[in-house]
Design a protein around this ligand. Structure first.
Ligand SMILES: C[S@@+](CC[C@H](N)C(=O)[O-])C[C@H]1O[C@@H](n2cnc3c(N)ncnc32)[C@H](O)[C@@H]1O
Length: 263
Protein backbone atom coordinates (compact mmCIF):
# COMPACT_ATOMS: atom_id res chain seq x y z
CA UNK A 1 0.00 0.00 0.00
CA UNK A 2 1.45 3.41 -0.91
CA UNK A 3 1.37 6.59 1.18
CA UNK A 4 -1.78 7.87 -0.57
CA UNK A 5 -3.74 4.73 0.21
CA UNK A 6 -2.44 4.60 3.78
CA UNK A 7 -3.50 8.20 4.35
CA UNK A 8 -7.02 7.52 3.13
CA UNK A 9 -7.30 4.24 4.99
CA UNK A 10 -6.53 5.98 8.26
CA UNK A 11 -8.69 8.99 7.44
CA UNK A 12 -11.75 6.95 6.47
CA UNK A 13 -11.44 4.61 9.43
CA UNK A 14 -11.35 7.71 11.66
CA UNK A 15 -14.35 9.25 9.89
CA UNK A 16 -16.27 6.01 10.42
CA UNK A 17 -15.28 5.91 14.10
CA UNK A 18 -16.62 9.46 14.43
CA UNK A 19 -19.85 8.47 12.66
CA UNK A 20 -19.28 11.14 9.99
CA UNK A 21 -21.99 11.77 7.39
CA UNK A 22 -20.59 9.59 4.59
CA UNK A 23 -20.14 6.66 6.95
CA UNK A 24 -23.73 6.45 8.21
CA UNK A 25 -25.62 3.61 6.55
CA UNK A 26 -29.01 4.32 4.95
CA UNK A 27 -31.40 2.31 7.10
CA UNK A 28 -34.70 3.96 6.16
CA UNK A 29 -34.95 3.15 2.45
CA UNK A 30 -37.86 1.59 0.59
CA UNK A 31 -37.65 0.34 -3.01
CA UNK A 32 -39.18 3.67 -4.12
CA UNK A 33 -36.74 5.91 -2.24
CA UNK A 34 -33.88 3.55 -3.17
CA UNK A 35 -34.19 4.49 -6.85
CA UNK A 36 -34.34 8.18 -5.96
CA UNK A 37 -31.15 7.79 -3.91
CA UNK A 38 -28.96 6.25 -6.59
CA UNK A 39 -30.56 7.03 -9.94
CA UNK A 40 -33.32 9.67 -9.82
CA UNK A 41 -33.43 9.99 -13.61
CA UNK A 42 -33.64 6.23 -14.13
CA UNK A 43 -30.56 6.18 -16.33
CA UNK A 44 -29.66 2.65 -15.24
CA UNK A 45 -32.97 1.02 -16.12
CA UNK A 46 -33.92 -2.15 -14.24
CA UNK A 47 -31.12 -3.30 -11.95
CA UNK A 48 -32.77 -6.42 -10.53
CA UNK A 49 -30.51 -9.42 -11.08
CA UNK A 50 -27.66 -7.24 -12.38
CA UNK A 51 -24.11 -7.49 -11.01
CA UNK A 52 -23.21 -4.14 -9.51
CA UNK A 53 -19.78 -3.09 -8.28
CA UNK A 54 -19.82 -0.18 -5.84
CA UNK A 55 -16.33 1.13 -6.34
CA UNK A 56 -14.85 2.96 -3.34
CA UNK A 57 -18.45 2.84 -2.24
CA UNK A 58 -18.43 1.57 1.34
CA UNK A 59 -20.46 3.13 4.13
CA UNK A 60 -23.77 1.42 3.49
CA UNK A 61 -25.65 4.03 1.48
CA UNK A 62 -25.63 3.03 -2.19
CA UNK A 63 -25.34 -0.69 -1.38
CA UNK A 64 -28.59 -0.59 0.55
CA UNK A 65 -30.37 1.06 -2.37
CA UNK A 66 -29.06 -1.36 -5.01
CA UNK A 67 -29.76 -4.40 -2.85
CA UNK A 68 -33.36 -3.25 -2.21
CA UNK A 69 -33.80 -2.95 -5.97
CA UNK A 70 -32.73 -6.57 -6.35
CA UNK A 71 -29.17 -6.13 -7.66
CA UNK A 72 -26.29 -8.46 -6.78
CA UNK A 73 -24.01 -6.05 -4.96
CA UNK A 74 -20.27 -6.13 -4.43
CA UNK A 75 -18.76 -3.27 -2.42
CA UNK A 76 -15.06 -2.55 -2.95
CA UNK A 77 -13.41 -0.12 -0.55
CA UNK A 78 -10.09 0.65 1.09
CA UNK A 79 -11.50 1.15 4.58
CA UNK A 80 -12.36 -1.87 6.69
CA UNK A 81 -14.56 0.38 8.84
CA UNK A 82 -16.55 1.48 5.78
CA UNK A 83 -16.90 -2.14 4.69
CA UNK A 84 -18.07 -2.95 8.23
CA UNK A 85 -21.08 -0.69 7.59
CA UNK A 86 -22.12 -3.08 4.84
CA UNK A 87 -22.71 -5.82 7.41
CA UNK A 88 -25.08 -3.46 9.26
CA UNK A 89 -26.98 -2.88 6.01
CA UNK A 90 -27.08 -6.56 5.08
CA UNK A 91 -28.45 -7.50 8.51
CA UNK A 92 -30.94 -4.64 8.56
CA UNK A 93 -32.53 -5.43 5.18
CA UNK A 94 -31.79 -9.19 5.21
CA UNK A 95 -29.89 -8.91 1.93
CA UNK A 96 -26.57 -10.28 0.73
CA UNK A 97 -23.77 -7.78 0.12
CA UNK A 98 -20.34 -9.02 -0.86
CA UNK A 99 -17.41 -6.92 0.35
CA UNK A 100 -13.86 -6.74 -1.01
CA UNK A 101 -11.08 -4.64 0.50
CA UNK A 102 -8.55 -2.86 -1.68
CA UNK A 103 -7.35 0.19 -3.58
CA UNK A 104 -9.45 1.37 -6.54
CA UNK A 105 -6.23 1.61 -8.59
CA UNK A 106 -5.86 -2.18 -8.48
CA UNK A 107 -8.94 -4.30 -9.14
CA UNK A 108 -6.96 -7.43 -10.02
CA UNK A 109 -8.79 -9.31 -7.24
CA UNK A 110 -12.06 -8.94 -9.17
CA UNK A 111 -13.01 -11.04 -12.21
CA UNK A 112 -12.68 -9.61 -15.73
CA UNK A 113 -15.79 -8.71 -17.79
CA UNK A 114 -18.05 -9.50 -14.85
CA UNK A 115 -20.09 -6.46 -13.82
CA UNK A 116 -23.12 -4.96 -15.56
CA UNK A 117 -22.68 -1.70 -13.64
CA UNK A 118 -19.75 -0.04 -11.90
CA UNK A 119 -21.21 2.66 -9.69
CA UNK A 120 -18.48 4.85 -8.28
CA UNK A 121 -19.63 7.32 -5.61
CA UNK A 122 -17.58 10.49 -5.07
CA UNK A 123 -13.97 9.39 -4.50
CA UNK A 124 -12.11 9.45 -7.82
CA UNK A 125 -10.26 12.63 -6.85
CA UNK A 126 -8.76 10.81 -3.84
CA UNK A 127 -6.16 9.35 -6.20
CA UNK A 128 -3.75 11.41 -8.34
CA UNK A 129 -4.39 9.75 -11.69
CA UNK A 130 -7.92 8.78 -12.75
CA UNK A 131 -6.59 6.99 -15.84
CA UNK A 132 -5.34 4.08 -13.74
CA UNK A 133 -8.84 3.62 -12.33
CA UNK A 134 -10.49 3.87 -15.76
CA UNK A 135 -8.27 1.04 -17.07
CA UNK A 136 -9.26 -1.15 -14.12
CA UNK A 137 -12.96 -0.39 -14.56
CA UNK A 138 -12.74 -1.22 -18.28
CA UNK A 139 -11.34 -4.64 -17.36
CA UNK A 140 -14.06 -5.62 -14.89
CA UNK A 141 -17.07 -4.29 -16.86
CA UNK A 142 -19.01 -6.49 -19.26
CA UNK A 143 -19.26 -5.21 -22.85
CA UNK A 144 -21.96 -2.51 -22.89
CA UNK A 145 -21.79 -2.27 -19.10
CA UNK A 146 -22.41 1.09 -17.44
CA UNK A 147 -19.86 3.16 -15.51
CA UNK A 148 -21.08 6.03 -13.36
CA UNK A 149 -18.82 8.28 -11.30
CA UNK A 150 -18.86 11.68 -9.66
CA UNK A 151 -15.85 13.99 -9.79
CA UNK A 152 -14.54 17.04 -7.96
CA UNK A 153 -15.30 19.98 -10.30
CA UNK A 154 -11.75 20.82 -11.47
CA UNK A 155 -12.60 24.43 -12.34
CA UNK A 156 -13.17 25.46 -8.74
CA UNK A 157 -11.25 22.81 -6.85
CA UNK A 158 -9.86 24.17 -3.60
CA UNK A 159 -12.20 27.16 -3.48
CA UNK A 160 -14.83 27.14 -0.77
CA UNK A 161 -17.54 29.28 0.85
CA UNK A 162 -15.05 31.16 3.04
CA UNK A 163 -13.37 32.50 -0.14
CA UNK A 164 -16.17 35.08 -0.52
CA UNK A 165 -14.49 38.53 -0.54
CA UNK A 166 -17.65 40.61 -0.40
CA UNK A 167 -18.16 40.59 -4.16
CA UNK A 168 -17.05 37.24 -5.48
CA UNK A 169 -15.43 33.92 -4.68
CA UNK A 170 -11.67 34.12 -5.12
CA UNK A 171 -10.06 31.44 -7.23
CA UNK A 172 -6.45 31.35 -6.03
CA UNK A 173 -5.00 28.12 -7.43
CA UNK A 174 -4.12 27.14 -11.02
CA UNK A 175 -5.90 24.58 -13.19
CA UNK A 176 -3.28 21.83 -13.23
CA UNK A 177 -3.65 18.04 -13.54
CA UNK A 178 -2.79 16.34 -10.26
CA UNK A 179 -2.61 19.54 -8.16
CA UNK A 180 -3.38 18.69 -4.54
CA UNK A 181 -6.31 20.29 -2.78
CA UNK A 182 -6.41 20.08 1.00
CA UNK A 183 -9.63 20.90 2.81
CA UNK A 184 -10.77 20.54 6.41
CA UNK A 185 -14.06 18.70 6.88
CA UNK A 186 -17.10 20.98 7.08
CA UNK A 187 -18.79 20.99 10.48
CA UNK A 188 -21.95 19.39 9.04
CA UNK A 189 -19.98 16.23 8.28
CA UNK A 190 -20.10 15.41 11.99
CA UNK A 191 -23.08 15.03 14.30
CA UNK A 192 -24.37 18.41 15.45
CA UNK A 193 -24.48 17.38 19.07
CA UNK A 194 -20.99 15.91 19.19
CA UNK A 195 -17.58 17.25 18.18
CA UNK A 196 -15.15 14.65 16.82
CA UNK A 197 -13.13 13.09 19.64
CA UNK A 198 -10.12 12.48 17.39
CA UNK A 199 -10.57 14.69 14.28
CA UNK A 200 -9.46 13.00 11.05
CA UNK A 201 -6.56 14.27 8.98
CA UNK A 202 -7.76 16.85 6.42
CA UNK A 203 -9.20 15.69 3.13
CA UNK A 204 -6.55 15.58 0.38
CA UNK A 205 -7.77 15.44 -3.21
CA UNK A 206 -6.15 15.69 -6.63
CA UNK A 207 -7.44 17.87 -9.48
CA UNK A 208 -8.30 15.91 -12.62
CA UNK A 209 -8.62 18.18 -15.66
CA UNK A 210 -11.77 17.75 -17.74
CA UNK A 211 -9.82 17.09 -20.95
CA UNK A 212 -7.77 14.41 -19.18
CA UNK A 213 -10.95 12.78 -17.88
CA UNK A 214 -12.86 12.83 -21.17
CA UNK A 215 -9.98 11.89 -23.46
CA UNK A 216 -8.91 9.15 -21.06
CA UNK A 217 -12.40 7.66 -21.07
CA UNK A 218 -12.65 7.81 -24.87
CA UNK A 219 -9.25 6.12 -25.23
CA UNK A 220 -10.38 3.25 -23.00
CA UNK A 221 -13.58 2.61 -24.92
CA UNK A 222 -16.20 4.48 -22.90
CA UNK A 223 -19.06 6.38 -24.52
CA UNK A 224 -20.71 9.18 -22.57
CA UNK A 225 -24.52 9.01 -22.53
CA UNK A 226 -25.31 11.48 -19.76
CA UNK A 227 -23.48 14.27 -17.94
CA UNK A 228 -24.58 16.44 -15.03
CA UNK A 229 -23.11 19.37 -13.13
CA UNK A 230 -25.75 18.68 -10.46
CA UNK A 231 -26.90 22.29 -10.70
CA UNK A 232 -30.45 21.36 -9.79
CA UNK A 233 -29.19 20.29 -6.36
CA UNK A 234 -28.15 23.87 -5.57
CA UNK A 235 -30.89 26.33 -6.44
CA UNK A 236 -30.47 28.87 -3.64
CA UNK A 237 -29.05 32.04 -5.21
CA UNK A 238 -30.64 34.03 -2.40
CA UNK A 239 -28.68 32.32 0.36
CA UNK A 240 -26.35 34.37 2.55
CA UNK A 241 -23.17 35.24 0.55
CA UNK A 242 -20.24 33.33 1.96
CA UNK A 243 -22.45 30.44 3.12
CA UNK A 244 -22.18 26.91 1.72
CA UNK A 245 -25.61 27.17 0.04
CA UNK A 246 -24.66 30.41 -1.71
CA UNK A 247 -21.23 29.15 -2.73
CA UNK A 248 -22.49 25.96 -4.39
CA UNK A 249 -25.14 27.93 -6.29
CA UNK A 250 -22.21 29.82 -7.90
CA UNK A 251 -19.75 26.97 -8.25
CA UNK A 252 -21.18 23.43 -8.50
CA UNK A 253 -18.69 21.26 -6.62
CA UNK A 254 -19.40 17.91 -8.30
CA UNK A 255 -19.69 16.66 -11.87
CA UNK A 256 -21.39 13.36 -12.70
CA UNK A 257 -20.63 11.12 -15.67
CA UNK A 258 -22.67 8.19 -17.04
CA UNK A 259 -20.87 6.05 -19.61
CA UNK A 260 -21.27 2.83 -21.53
CA UNK A 261 -18.28 0.55 -22.07
CA UNK A 262 -18.38 -0.04 -25.78
CA UNK A 263 -14.81 -1.34 -25.95
C1 LIG B 1 -17.08 9.91 -0.03
S1 LIG B 1 -16.99 8.19 0.30
C2 LIG B 1 -17.96 7.57 -0.99
C3 LIG B 1 -18.82 6.40 -0.57
C4 LIG B 1 -19.90 6.65 0.45
N1 LIG B 1 -20.83 5.53 0.38
C5 LIG B 1 -20.67 7.94 0.22
O1 LIG B 1 -21.76 7.92 -0.36
O2 LIG B 1 -20.20 8.99 0.62
C6 LIG B 1 -15.33 7.82 -0.25
C7 LIG B 1 -14.96 6.34 -0.05
O3 LIG B 1 -13.76 6.10 -0.78
C8 LIG B 1 -12.99 5.16 -0.06
N2 LIG B 1 -11.61 5.25 -0.56
C9 LIG B 1 -10.73 6.26 -0.40
N3 LIG B 1 -9.60 6.03 -1.10
C10 LIG B 1 -9.78 4.82 -1.70
C11 LIG B 1 -8.97 4.03 -2.58
N4 LIG B 1 -7.76 4.43 -2.96
N5 LIG B 1 -9.48 2.85 -3.01
C12 LIG B 1 -10.70 2.42 -2.62
N6 LIG B 1 -11.50 3.14 -1.80
C13 LIG B 1 -11.05 4.33 -1.36
C14 LIG B 1 -13.21 5.58 1.38
O4 LIG B 1 -12.88 4.56 2.29
C15 LIG B 1 -14.69 5.94 1.38
O5 LIG B 1 -15.49 4.85 1.73
Amino acid sequence: MDAIALYNLERWNTLAREDALFTRPALDLTPETAREAIDPQNLLGAVSGKSVLLLAGGGGQQSAAFALLGANVTVFDLSDAQLGREKVVADHYSVIIETVGGDMRDLSGLPASHFDIVYHPYSLSLVPDAQVVFAEVARVLKPNGIYHFTLLNPFMAGMTFSDWDGESYRLRAPYVQGRTVTTPDASWVFREDQKPISPPQPNIEYVQTLSGILNGLVAKGFTLFHFSDNKDMYPDLNAEPGSWDHFVAYAPPWLSFWLRFTG
